[in-house]
Design a protein around this ligand. Structure first.
Ligand SMILES: [Fe+2]
Ligand SMILES: [Fe+2]
Length: 242
């Protein structure tokens, strides 16, 4: 189960593993900078593959930051494994993630909490954190936006099933719609909630004007991220709140 590595933007590498049983890809993102950041760890079962992929790009022991959207195995399950390997690796996440789950149940060292709108730098690159409770899902959900290159790390939003290309400029919303519909019928239904805040949260993300959507499951999208988020908002309303 070797992972595929693709540089999707300058110094931003997608490490993608296709899991046949799930029928979709798990993408982690490595940002190579003075203080290297791994966005999502992947699950513990993927750890050997992800570590090997990272090792082809930089010394895995030099990972400094581990970011993620929300507390879930594919987002941060291998956090302790990474922290055992990389002595300076620190989780960087929303305050809710830190105090509700991560410090107690996942991290070997205390996480660095981010407030809504707060920025931090890894050297050349600057990230802004937005709290987005229940988008895509989970109370603690948040999004990271890399401001110098306009990259939105969008976690489970735009989830597309299948063994797909690393990057596309074709429509990803249609495939996301199919995935949302498939989940509604299956044993894992209830994947995304739809709340009074869903539309305004997606519009806030659209307002960042991303030019690249670093998707966790499926192809990353290069193009008009604002329009894609607005189109996804329409689909989510239609599918989840008919
Ligand atoms: Fe998730
Ligand atoms: Fe996920």
């Amino acid at each position: 189960m070797a992972s595929r590595v693709t540089e999707i933007a300058e110094n931003v590498y997608q490490i993608s593993t296709f899991v046949e049983g799930a029928n979709f890809r798990f993408n982690q993102y490595l940002v190579r900078d003075e203080q290297p950041l791994l966005y999502h760890t992947g699950t513990n079962s993927l750890f050997p593959d992800v570590r090997e992929a990272v090792a082809a790009l930089l010394d895995p022991a030099h990972i400094r930051w581990i970011g993620f959207s929300h507390f879930e195995a594919d987002e941060c399950g291998a956090l302790a494994a990474w922290q055992s390997l990389a002595p300076e690796a620190t989780a960087i996440c929303g305050l809710t993630s830190k105090v509700v789950s991560v410090d107690d149940a996942a991290a070997l060292r205390s996480a660095q909490a981010l407030a809504d709108g707060e920025t931090f730098s890894t050297g050349k690159y600057r990230f802004r954190f937005l709290r987005t409770p229940h988008v895509p899902h989970a109370w603690d959900a948040g999004h990271f936006f890399e401001e110098t290159q306009g990259i939105l790390f969008c976690s489970d939003l735009f989830h597309q099933e299948g063994d797909l290309d690393p990057l596309t400029n074709a429509d990803v919303v249609g495939l996301s719609r199919q995935t949302l519909l498939a989940y509604l019928q299956g044993p894992l239904s209830g994947y995304f909630p739809y709340t009074n805040h869903t539309q305004e949260t997606l519009e806030r993300l659209a307002g960042l004007q991303p030019v690249l959507l670093a998707v966790m499951h499926g192809s990353a999208f290069l193009g008009d991220g604002t329009q894609a988020l607005r189109d996804l908002a329409v689909v989510m309303k239609e599918v989840l709140n008919p």
